[in-house]
Design a protein around this ligand. Sequence first.
Ligand code: F0G
Length: 463
Amino acid sequence: MKTIIEPFKIKTVEQLYFTTPEERKGLLTAAHYNPFLLHSEDVLIDLLTDSGTTAMSAKQWSALMDGDEAYAGSRSYYKFEEAVCDITGFSNIIPTHQGRAAEKILFSILGAPGKIIPNNTHFDTTRANIEESGSLAVDLPDPSGIKTEVAADFKGNMDTDALRALIARVGAENIPVVMLTVTNNSGGGQPVSMKNIRDVSAIAHEYRIPFYLDACRFAENAMFIKLREPGYENTPVKKIAQEMFSYADGCTMSAKKDGLVNTGGWLAINDDKLAAKARNVLIVTEGFPTYGGLARRDLEAIARGLVEVLDESYLAYRLRSIEYLGDAVEKNGVPIMRPTGGHAVYLDAKRFAPHIHLDHFPAQAIVCALYLKGGIRSVEVGSVMFGTYGPNTDDRSGAREQIHPPMQLVRLAVPRRVYTQSHIDYVAEAVSEVYAEREKLTGLRFTYEAPVLRHFTARFALV
Ligand code: F0G
């Protein structure tokens, strides 16, 4: 049989609410053309994020009831620790309420003014936490990773020549950690090969620099390795994941992705001294080391989620369902990041709406149009999220020189185990219709922007 089906059936359902195009026009205007500011009940298909939006399994829900809510030494913590250790092999597992809390703790210890932290591509919160520590966050994507039209197997790789050049230029003593994000979310959800993980690890260790994974989507990455990297065809995905972690000295993790839960994360560290410092920060900012900002029952759900996420029938369905959406829109000519990533389809706004100047955020214009067309919520991954201002900016006169990131993308992130094939067919139809009418798209300008992570709260007006 050729069809890859959802490897689950539905036990509990959640009502969707329909709105009319006229209603959506009013709602989007009231949200200042920023779908982050919409009420979720006004969204029909929510592809804003795959983070914390997972449908948990019956076994996870029943594990919640078995949570041991002790403040210290909870049985649920030890179950969680064992599950994380089994896959990652790291010796200190520090639970956090989500991924960015792990980042905050790690970089508040390792970061400082003058320090430089490279990654294939930093996610927005990772970059913000690094910059808050006074360090500089540097992206070193493989050159293929920023060409949306070039299909390659591992476009999430780090450019290892660029890493060597960076170390030579700034000195290993100024690089407290080398990070690698699997899969590369800001770079289109593209996977990193085992070879690249091994090479980056070897370079970092040659200079005695610790090497950490941002492991949010480690299982999807491991499945891509199984499907695409010679030599891994017959290796169980769990073994592949274990090998990925074996090259690293620690990881940050948002369990809201491949932990298959609605909240949670961890910081894992092999270095005992660093782990002791991290636990001290944890106690001040998150909670006691055996719960770290979570209800103990949440740790139970993660422990179970980590088993389910490595089920290969789940991962085959997961990657195929993303590819299915990509294929469906590409058939109608829609330009996307090729090939499709593990958790999302990324539309290439530069090719989708070339008539909109980058200063007027073409990807945000598409995000708005998708909501108006079909009640679909997506997210801009382009200049709104990653743009900065250049030296020719004069805040007093209002003249601002915008510096644009290499890509202008619209991410359609698919929550795990939530939507069925007909939901996805509907999305493909709406995207294709917006593309057919692309000349009508209008650019936007900021009417409000926060100093950091501006995309969350920004307000816009049409230009
Ligand atoms: N690293 C990566 C690669 C991420 O994608 C995210 C979150 C984080 C770190 C932070 O984790 O949200 O648990 O604090 N990404 C979400 C997204 C928000 O929509 O892609 P968090």
